[in-house]
Design a protein around this ligand. Sequence first.
Ligand code: GLV
Ligand code: GLV
Length: 326
Amino acid sequence: MKPKVYIAKPIPKEVEELIANYCDYKIWNHEEPIPKEVLLKEVEDVEGLMTPKGIITEEFLAYAPRLKVVSNVAVGYDAFDIEAMKARNVIGTHTPYVLDETVADLAFGLILTSARRLAELDQFVKSGKWRGIEDDFYGQDVHHATLGIIGMGRIGEKIARRAALGFEMNVLYTNRTRKPDLEERYGIKYCETEFLLKNSDFVLVMLPLTDSTYQLIGEKEFSLMRSTAFFINCSRGKVVDEKALIKALQNGIIRGAGLDVFEEEPVEKDNPLLKMDNVVTLPHIGSATAKARFDMAMKAAENLVAGVTGKVPENIVPELKILIEK
Ligand code: GLV
Ligand code: GLV
């Protein structure tokens, strides 16, 4: 008998075929997110779950007594309650590597759009306001400017490479661990957070959301930034104190922001950020290209199948690797 699994989001046909070879499966094939009560019912007797945003809590796990593996179709797994999963012996996997370059592209999209006011000026042209050469089309240079990257993980590295080699930027970074190999390869410089904040034209956070990164960037950090600086975030909204960001923008403490992520998603309609010309807002599309999303779904399927067929999934999240080392 094949192991039972549930797939809580639509997936490409080839990915479904892979799962069908090894598993007895059901799938949520609708655009809108699966309602919680449907999910809780569906996981009652499954050994594997593939989910776009695994909100896995102790309460959830109580509904899924046979669950062995949760395969998250995302690299970020802040919605996993790691302790609850450890206690219940449930493995969690994610999809690193396959989206790194794609997210790094978007980071540059946000940098360029913010600095050169692309979104604002696109609206200007489309609304028929363009009359001639006007000085206030001016933006800020990206090339040879200083980019400060907070978080030099896999994606941070891809951003640093684009910045240093492509735009010849001066790149500063902070990270839990120093990366001498990257410093040598790209000429990037490790520094204290305070130095980075004071000296960067663009401050970009590329951090996973954890207890120690929650609201890491707040009022104090914004106050250290240059009044001409742009703040860029395409990692997780909650690594920033959004109220402090709004205040910094309203009071001219910083020049602007490029945001793919928010404290609450979808972002609330009355969020002041949505009214600001100097803020670029995107609907969490860091990995949203057809290829990256296909590769993520395939990787998630491979992790799922491995987890329910007695193999070790390739991408167990680091905090849960201990479960297979026992
Ligand atoms: C997207 O935000 C992801 O974590 O993959
Ligand atoms: C992102 O989460 C990374 O590992 O760079």
